[in-house]
Design a protein around this ligand. Structure first.
Ligand code: CU
Length: 363
Protein backbone atom coordinates (compact mmCIF):
# COMPACT_ATOMS: atom_id res chain seq x y z
CA UNK A 1 0.00 0.00 0.00
CA UNK A 2 2.83 2.35 0.96
CA UNK A 3 4.59 1.60 -2.32
CA UNK A 4 1.37 2.26 -4.25
CA UNK A 5 0.93 5.64 -2.49
CA UNK A 6 4.52 6.63 -3.29
CA UNK A 7 3.93 5.59 -6.89
CA UNK A 8 0.72 7.64 -7.11
CA UNK A 9 2.38 10.62 -5.43
CA UNK A 10 5.32 10.52 -7.82
CA UNK A 11 2.90 10.19 -10.73
CA UNK A 12 1.08 13.35 -9.61
CA UNK A 13 4.39 15.15 -9.11
CA UNK A 14 5.52 13.90 -12.50
CA UNK A 15 2.34 15.21 -14.11
CA UNK A 16 2.69 18.55 -12.43
CA UNK A 17 6.29 18.70 -13.66
CA UNK A 18 5.15 17.99 -17.20
CA UNK A 19 2.51 20.68 -16.99
CA UNK A 20 5.01 23.17 -15.49
CA UNK A 21 7.53 22.48 -18.21
CA UNK A 22 4.82 22.94 -20.83
CA UNK A 23 4.01 26.36 -19.42
CA UNK A 24 7.71 27.19 -19.33
CA UNK A 25 8.14 26.15 -22.96
CA UNK A 26 5.21 28.30 -24.04
CA UNK A 27 6.73 31.26 -22.24
CA UNK A 28 10.03 30.65 -23.99
CA UNK A 29 8.30 30.40 -27.36
CA UNK A 30 6.33 33.61 -26.93
CA UNK A 31 9.10 35.79 -25.54
CA UNK A 32 11.39 36.05 -28.58
CA UNK A 33 8.53 37.02 -30.87
CA UNK A 34 7.34 39.72 -28.44
CA UNK A 35 10.92 40.97 -27.99
CA UNK A 36 11.69 40.94 -31.69
CA UNK A 37 9.38 43.92 -32.24
CA UNK A 38 11.72 46.06 -30.14
CA UNK A 39 14.84 45.26 -32.14
CA UNK A 40 16.46 47.96 -34.26
CA UNK A 41 15.06 48.19 -37.78
CA UNK A 42 16.63 48.80 -41.14
CA UNK A 43 15.08 48.84 -44.59
CA UNK A 44 17.01 46.90 -47.18
CA UNK A 45 17.08 48.55 -50.60
CA UNK A 46 16.74 45.62 -52.97
CA UNK A 47 18.52 45.71 -56.33
CA UNK A 48 18.00 43.68 -59.50
CA UNK A 49 20.22 40.59 -59.97
CA UNK A 50 23.03 39.82 -60.61
CA UNK A 51 23.77 42.37 -57.88
CA UNK A 52 23.22 42.06 -54.14
CA UNK A 53 21.95 44.77 -51.82
CA UNK A 54 24.48 46.61 -49.65
CA UNK A 55 25.22 44.37 -46.69
CA UNK A 56 27.76 43.55 -43.99
CA UNK A 57 29.54 40.21 -44.29
CA UNK A 58 30.21 40.18 -40.55
CA UNK A 59 27.34 41.45 -38.39
CA UNK A 60 28.61 44.49 -36.48
CA UNK A 61 25.74 44.42 -33.98
CA UNK A 62 23.09 42.12 -32.57
CA UNK A 63 20.00 40.82 -34.38
CA UNK A 64 17.73 43.34 -36.06
CA UNK A 65 14.57 43.54 -38.10
CA UNK A 66 15.25 43.89 -41.81
CA UNK A 67 12.31 45.35 -43.70
CA UNK A 68 12.02 44.36 -47.35
CA UNK A 69 9.37 45.31 -49.87
CA UNK A 70 8.50 43.12 -52.81
CA UNK A 71 6.06 44.26 -55.45
CA UNK A 72 4.60 41.81 -57.93
CA UNK A 73 4.86 42.93 -61.52
CA UNK A 74 3.06 40.94 -64.20
CA UNK A 75 4.72 42.00 -67.42
CA UNK A 76 6.02 40.98 -70.83
CA UNK A 77 9.71 40.03 -71.14
CA UNK A 78 11.93 39.27 -74.14
CA UNK A 79 13.59 35.97 -73.17
CA UNK A 80 15.87 36.11 -76.20
CA UNK A 81 15.70 36.71 -79.93
CA UNK A 82 12.43 38.60 -79.64
CA UNK A 83 10.45 35.79 -78.01
CA UNK A 84 8.05 37.58 -75.70
CA UNK A 85 6.72 35.89 -72.57
CA UNK A 86 4.17 36.98 -70.00
CA UNK A 87 6.32 36.79 -66.86
CA UNK A 88 5.32 37.00 -63.23
CA UNK A 89 7.98 38.75 -61.19
CA UNK A 90 9.03 39.97 -57.78
CA UNK A 91 10.08 43.60 -58.35
CA UNK A 92 10.13 43.23 -62.13
CA UNK A 93 13.19 41.02 -62.56
CA UNK A 94 13.69 37.31 -63.27
CA UNK A 95 14.85 36.08 -60.81
CA UNK A 96 13.55 38.37 -58.06
CA UNK A 97 16.03 40.39 -56.01
CA UNK A 98 18.41 38.74 -53.56
CA UNK A 99 17.61 39.49 -49.92
CA UNK A 100 20.55 39.39 -47.48
CA UNK A 101 20.39 39.00 -43.71
CA UNK A 102 22.30 37.37 -40.86
CA UNK A 103 21.29 34.36 -38.85
CA UNK A 104 18.95 35.37 -35.97
CA UNK A 105 17.84 38.55 -37.77
CA UNK A 106 14.14 38.95 -38.44
CA UNK A 107 12.95 39.66 -41.96
CA UNK A 108 9.77 41.74 -42.15
CA UNK A 109 8.58 41.22 -45.68
CA UNK A 110 5.77 43.14 -47.36
CA UNK A 111 4.29 41.69 -50.53
CA UNK A 112 2.36 44.21 -52.57
CA UNK A 113 0.13 43.04 -55.41
CA UNK A 114 -0.98 46.13 -57.38
CA UNK A 115 -4.61 46.40 -58.48
CA UNK A 116 -3.41 46.43 -62.10
CA UNK A 117 -2.36 42.76 -61.80
CA UNK A 118 -4.67 39.87 -62.68
CA UNK A 119 -3.56 37.08 -60.35
CA UNK A 120 -3.30 36.23 -56.66
CA UNK A 121 0.32 35.86 -55.51
CA UNK A 122 2.09 34.56 -52.41
CA UNK A 123 5.63 33.88 -51.23
CA UNK A 124 7.13 30.64 -49.89
CA UNK A 125 10.55 31.37 -48.42
CA UNK A 126 12.67 28.27 -47.94
CA UNK A 127 14.62 30.20 -45.29
CA UNK A 128 11.48 30.63 -43.14
CA UNK A 129 9.86 28.17 -40.74
CA UNK A 130 6.10 27.51 -40.60
CA UNK A 131 2.96 28.42 -42.54
CA UNK A 132 4.20 26.91 -45.82
CA UNK A 133 7.26 29.15 -45.72
CA UNK A 134 4.98 32.16 -45.28
CA UNK A 135 2.69 31.33 -48.21
CA UNK A 136 -0.09 30.34 -45.78
CA UNK A 137 -0.16 33.92 -44.42
CA UNK A 138 0.53 35.75 -47.66
CA UNK A 139 -2.32 35.12 -50.08
CA UNK A 140 -2.29 38.53 -51.68
CA UNK A 141 -4.99 39.42 -54.22
CA UNK A 142 -4.64 42.27 -56.72
CA UNK A 143 -5.00 45.57 -54.84
CA UNK A 144 -3.80 44.02 -51.55
CA UNK A 145 -0.59 44.17 -49.54
CA UNK A 146 0.39 41.83 -46.69
CA UNK A 147 3.34 41.62 -44.31
CA UNK A 148 4.97 38.77 -42.39
CA UNK A 149 7.94 38.72 -40.07
CA UNK A 150 10.06 35.58 -39.76
CA UNK A 151 13.25 34.69 -37.96
CA UNK A 152 16.28 33.65 -40.00
CA UNK A 153 17.12 30.51 -38.01
CA UNK A 154 19.25 28.71 -40.62
CA UNK A 155 22.39 30.07 -42.29
CA UNK A 156 22.71 29.49 -46.01
CA UNK A 157 21.34 30.50 -49.38
CA UNK A 158 17.71 29.67 -50.02
CA UNK A 159 15.14 29.96 -52.78
CA UNK A 160 11.91 31.90 -52.40
CA UNK A 161 9.02 31.56 -54.84
CA UNK A 162 5.35 32.20 -55.37
CA UNK A 163 3.04 29.31 -54.43
CA UNK A 164 -0.61 30.29 -54.87
CA UNK A 165 -1.89 26.66 -54.98
CA UNK A 166 -2.58 23.90 -57.52
CA UNK A 167 -1.38 24.29 -61.11
CA UNK A 168 -0.80 27.98 -60.36
CA UNK A 169 2.31 26.97 -58.36
CA UNK A 170 4.41 25.62 -61.25
CA UNK A 171 2.90 28.21 -63.59
CA UNK A 172 4.04 31.12 -61.39
CA UNK A 173 7.47 29.60 -60.61
CA UNK A 174 8.16 28.72 -64.25
CA UNK A 175 6.92 32.16 -65.30
CA UNK A 176 9.77 33.77 -63.36
CA UNK A 177 8.37 34.22 -59.88
CA UNK A 178 11.32 33.07 -57.80
CA UNK A 179 14.41 34.50 -56.19
CA UNK A 180 16.89 33.85 -53.38
CA UNK A 181 17.76 34.97 -49.88
CA UNK A 182 21.20 34.71 -48.28
CA UNK A 183 21.39 34.26 -44.52
CA UNK A 184 25.01 34.77 -43.48
CA UNK A 185 26.41 33.45 -40.19
CA UNK A 186 26.77 36.48 -37.87
CA UNK A 187 30.56 36.01 -37.81
CA UNK A 188 30.70 35.69 -41.62
CA UNK A 189 31.62 32.78 -43.89
CA UNK A 190 34.20 30.13 -43.04
CA UNK A 191 36.47 28.18 -45.36
CA UNK A 192 37.01 24.41 -45.31
CA UNK A 193 39.34 24.73 -42.31
CA UNK A 194 36.91 26.85 -40.32
CA UNK A 195 38.86 30.09 -40.88
CA UNK A 196 36.82 33.24 -41.45
CA UNK A 197 36.86 34.50 -45.04
CA UNK A 198 35.43 37.44 -46.95
CA UNK A 199 34.42 37.83 -50.56
CA UNK A 200 35.41 40.83 -52.69
CA UNK A 201 32.38 40.58 -54.99
CA UNK A 202 29.17 38.60 -55.05
CA UNK A 203 26.85 37.84 -57.95
CA UNK A 204 23.42 36.25 -58.01
CA UNK A 205 22.60 34.03 -60.98
CA UNK A 206 19.02 32.77 -61.22
CA UNK A 207 18.46 30.04 -63.75
CA UNK A 208 15.00 29.99 -65.30
CA UNK A 209 13.17 27.41 -67.38
CA UNK A 210 10.34 28.69 -69.60
CA UNK A 211 7.67 26.65 -71.38
CA UNK A 212 6.34 28.72 -74.26
CA UNK A 213 3.56 27.40 -76.52
CA UNK A 214 4.09 27.43 -80.30
CA UNK A 215 1.94 28.48 -83.21
CA UNK A 216 1.14 25.99 -86.00
CA UNK A 217 4.09 27.38 -88.03
CA UNK A 218 6.59 26.66 -85.24
CA UNK A 219 6.97 30.26 -84.04
CA UNK A 220 6.43 31.05 -80.38
CA UNK A 221 3.04 32.35 -79.32
CA UNK A 222 2.71 35.63 -77.53
CA UNK A 223 -0.21 36.39 -75.25
CA UNK A 224 -1.80 39.59 -74.04
CA UNK A 225 -1.89 38.60 -70.38
CA UNK A 226 -0.68 35.84 -68.01
CA UNK A 227 -4.26 34.73 -67.54
CA UNK A 228 -4.66 34.08 -71.26
CA UNK A 229 -1.23 32.38 -71.44
CA UNK A 230 -1.80 30.07 -68.48
CA UNK A 231 -3.74 27.13 -69.93
CA UNK A 232 -1.52 26.53 -72.97
CA UNK A 233 1.67 27.19 -70.99
CA UNK A 234 0.72 24.59 -68.37
CA UNK A 235 0.09 22.08 -71.18
CA UNK A 236 3.67 22.64 -72.46
CA UNK A 237 4.98 22.30 -68.88
CA UNK A 238 3.44 18.83 -68.63
CA UNK A 239 5.96 17.65 -71.26
CA UNK A 240 8.77 18.57 -68.80
CA UNK A 241 10.94 19.94 -71.62
CA UNK A 242 11.66 23.67 -71.37
CA UNK A 243 11.52 25.67 -74.59
CA UNK A 244 13.90 28.22 -73.04
CA UNK A 245 16.51 27.89 -70.32
CA UNK A 246 18.35 31.06 -69.40
CA UNK A 247 20.24 32.92 -66.71
CA UNK A 248 18.66 36.08 -65.29
CA UNK A 249 15.57 36.16 -67.46
CA UNK A 250 16.88 36.13 -71.00
CA UNK A 251 19.57 34.71 -73.25
CA UNK A 252 22.53 37.08 -73.17
CA UNK A 253 21.53 38.88 -69.97
CA UNK A 254 24.98 38.13 -68.48
CA UNK A 255 27.16 37.92 -71.60
CA UNK A 256 28.93 40.44 -73.85
CA UNK A 257 28.31 43.98 -72.64
CA UNK A 258 26.32 42.55 -69.71
CA UNK A 259 29.21 40.32 -68.56
CA UNK A 260 30.08 40.01 -64.89
CA UNK A 261 33.42 41.56 -64.01
CA UNK A 262 36.29 40.82 -61.64
CA UNK A 263 40.01 41.47 -61.25
CA UNK A 264 42.83 39.01 -60.64
CA UNK A 265 42.96 38.49 -56.89
CA UNK A 266 39.20 38.98 -56.39
CA UNK A 267 37.41 36.33 -54.40
CA UNK A 268 34.01 36.17 -56.08
CA UNK A 269 30.97 34.55 -54.49
CA UNK A 270 28.54 33.10 -57.03
CA UNK A 271 25.05 32.34 -55.70
CA UNK A 272 23.13 30.19 -58.16
CA UNK A 273 19.45 29.32 -57.78
CA UNK A 274 17.08 27.10 -59.71
CA UNK A 275 13.59 26.96 -58.25
CA UNK A 276 12.33 24.15 -60.47
CA UNK A 277 15.04 21.97 -62.07
CA UNK A 278 18.51 20.66 -61.29
CA UNK A 279 21.55 22.54 -62.51
CA UNK A 280 25.28 21.99 -62.52
CA UNK A 281 27.32 25.21 -62.60
CA UNK A 282 30.84 25.13 -64.02
CA UNK A 283 33.28 27.98 -64.57
CA UNK A 284 35.07 27.33 -67.87
CA UNK A 285 38.75 28.17 -67.30
CA UNK A 286 38.40 28.24 -63.54
CA UNK A 287 37.10 26.26 -60.59
CA UNK A 288 35.16 26.60 -57.40
CA UNK A 289 37.67 26.96 -54.56
CA UNK A 290 34.86 26.49 -52.04
CA UNK A 291 31.35 25.13 -52.50
CA UNK A 292 28.72 25.23 -49.78
CA UNK A 293 26.88 22.10 -50.86
CA UNK A 294 23.12 22.25 -50.66
CA UNK A 295 23.44 25.95 -49.88
CA UNK A 296 24.11 25.47 -46.16
CA UNK A 297 26.57 27.81 -44.42
CA UNK A 298 26.44 25.82 -41.17
CA UNK A 299 28.59 23.06 -42.66
CA UNK A 300 32.11 23.74 -43.91
CA UNK A 301 32.47 24.05 -47.68
CA UNK A 302 34.10 21.45 -49.92
CA UNK A 303 37.13 22.48 -51.98
CA UNK A 304 38.36 22.61 -55.56
CA UNK A 305 35.32 21.45 -57.48
CA UNK A 306 35.19 21.46 -61.28
CA UNK A 307 31.38 21.36 -61.42
CA UNK A 308 28.96 21.64 -58.54
CA UNK A 309 25.32 20.73 -58.09
CA UNK A 310 22.23 22.83 -57.57
CA UNK A 311 19.22 20.65 -56.81
CA UNK A 312 15.92 21.93 -58.19
CA UNK A 313 14.32 24.13 -55.54
CA UNK A 314 17.60 25.30 -54.05
CA UNK A 315 20.30 27.93 -54.16
CA UNK A 316 23.99 27.05 -53.79
CA UNK A 317 26.99 29.33 -53.14
CA UNK A 318 30.49 28.85 -54.54
CA UNK A 319 33.59 31.03 -54.17
CA UNK A 320 36.49 31.40 -56.58
CA UNK A 321 39.57 33.59 -56.45
CA UNK A 322 40.50 34.56 -60.03
CA UNK A 323 44.22 34.12 -60.62
CA UNK A 324 44.43 34.77 -64.38
CA UNK A 325 42.78 37.45 -66.52
CA UNK A 326 40.53 36.82 -69.52
CA UNK A 327 37.01 35.80 -70.40
CA UNK A 328 35.56 33.01 -68.33
CA UNK A 329 32.27 31.33 -69.19
CA UNK A 330 30.04 30.38 -66.29
CA UNK A 331 27.62 27.71 -67.53
CA UNK A 332 25.13 25.10 -66.60
CA UNK A 333 27.35 22.19 -67.70
CA UNK A 334 24.56 20.46 -69.48
CA UNK A 335 26.16 22.02 -72.54
CA UNK A 336 22.97 21.69 -74.57
CA UNK A 337 21.29 23.90 -72.01
CA UNK A 338 24.28 26.25 -71.89
CA UNK A 339 25.06 26.70 -75.57
CA UNK A 340 21.85 25.89 -77.42
CA UNK A 341 19.47 27.38 -74.86
CA UNK A 342 21.55 30.15 -73.31
CA UNK A 343 22.18 29.14 -69.69
CA UNK A 344 25.57 30.89 -69.76
CA UNK A 345 27.25 33.97 -68.34
CA UNK A 346 30.60 35.65 -69.04
CA UNK A 347 33.04 36.87 -66.40
CA UNK A 348 35.54 39.42 -67.77
CA UNK A 349 38.61 39.39 -65.55
CA UNK A 350 41.32 42.06 -65.67
CA UNK A 351 44.88 41.76 -64.39
CA UNK A 352 48.30 40.35 -65.22
CA UNK A 353 48.87 37.01 -66.92
CA UNK A 354 51.04 34.40 -65.20
CA UNK A 355 52.97 32.17 -67.65
CA UNK A 356 53.53 29.61 -64.91
CA UNK A 357 49.85 28.75 -64.91
CA UNK A 358 49.44 28.58 -68.68
CA UNK A 359 51.51 29.46 -71.71
CA UNK A 360 51.20 28.86 -75.45
CA UNK A 361 54.27 26.72 -76.14
CA UNK A 362 53.98 26.54 -79.92
CA UNK A 363 51.92 28.77 -82.25
CU1 CU B 1 2.59 34.45 -58.16
Amino acid sequence: MKILLIFLFSLILGCSNVSQSTVKDETIQVQPSAKSEDLPRITQQLVPPPYLPLHEQVASSGPKIIEVNLEVLEKELDVGQGVMVQVLTFNGSVPGPMIVAHQDDYIELTLNNPATNQLRHTIDLHAATGALGGAGLMKVDPGESKTIRFKATKAGVFVYHCAPGGAQIPFHVASGMNGAIMILPREGLKDNKGNLIQYDKAYYIGEQDFYIPKNGDGTYKSFNSPLIAMHETVEVMKGLIPTHLVFNGSKGSLTGKNALTAAVGDKVLFVHSQANRDSRPHLIGGHADLVWQGGSFSTLPVTDYETWFVPGGAAVAALYEFILPGTYVYVNHNLIEAILFGAAAHVEVTGDWNDDLMVQVEK
